[in-house]
Design a protein around this ligand. Structure first.
Ligand code: 5GP
Ligand code: MG
Ligand code: MG
Length: 173
């Protein structure tokens, strides 16, 4: 049975501050690269706290369901512009195997930035690529406030707030 870790929006806000404070002490990014889609909300929150308006995006999919993984992520699209000699901060919600952060770092390298660092809210203890900045190590499947309906769609036993409303309104495809 899959065990879940279900942070609230408030937990996320605290964790985002913890991560942002670590970044501010250590690094001065010129541009944030958000990994679509789970990294977008963390990237926006971090960008507003550390005061970096420049956010770009990279779409990479690791087709995994709750708890199940495939061996490699697939790069779908790159929405960045000139990163040459820039300090880049890659942001995602969690590093699990570490494959996504590693693949994104390799792609960003080709733009010849000055520095690449990464930040996530959580990291799994078995990750092969720990981000430079993170808040907590978590060994469960994380259900984020921004992807809980994606998770509940497949696993309607997940105990989240507003589940009844979701199950009443969503259209099964
Ligand atoms: P990795 O490539 O490090 O194995 O996985 C990272 C990506 O998979 C993240 O961008 C995230 O979308 C997804 N992911 C990995 N573990 C979890 C998890 O516990 N919960 C959720 N919601 N997504 C996860
Ligand atoms: Mg993701
Ligand atoms: Mg996701």
């Amino acid at each position: 049975m899959v065990e879940y870790f279900i942070p609230s929006w408030d937990d996320i806000e605290d964790s985002i501050f913890n991560v942002s404070e670590k970044i501010i002490k250590d690094y001065n990014p010129d541009v944030i690269i958000a990994i679509l889609t789970g990294g977008v909300i963390p990237a926006k929150l971090i960008s507003d706290i550390i005061g970096i308006k420049n956010i770009k995006y990279i779409e990479i999919k690791f087709y995994k369901e709750v708890g199940k993984t495939q061996p490699k992520p697939t790069l779908k699209a790159i929405y960045v512009d000139n990163l040459e000699n820039k300090n880049v901060l890659i942001v995602d919600d969690v590093s699990d195997t570490g494959e996504t952060l590693s693949a994104v770092s390799r792609v960003i390298e080709l733009f010849n930035p000055q520095n690449i660092k990464s930040a996530t809210i959580y990291v799994k203890p078995w990750s092969r690529k720990y981000p430079d900045y993170y808040d907590k190590v978590v060994d469960k499947w994380i259900v984020f406030p921004w992807d809980k309906w994606e998770a509940v769609r497949e696993h309607n036993e997940i105990p989240v707030k507003n589940k009844d409303r979701f199950l009443k309104s969503f259209i099964r495809k």
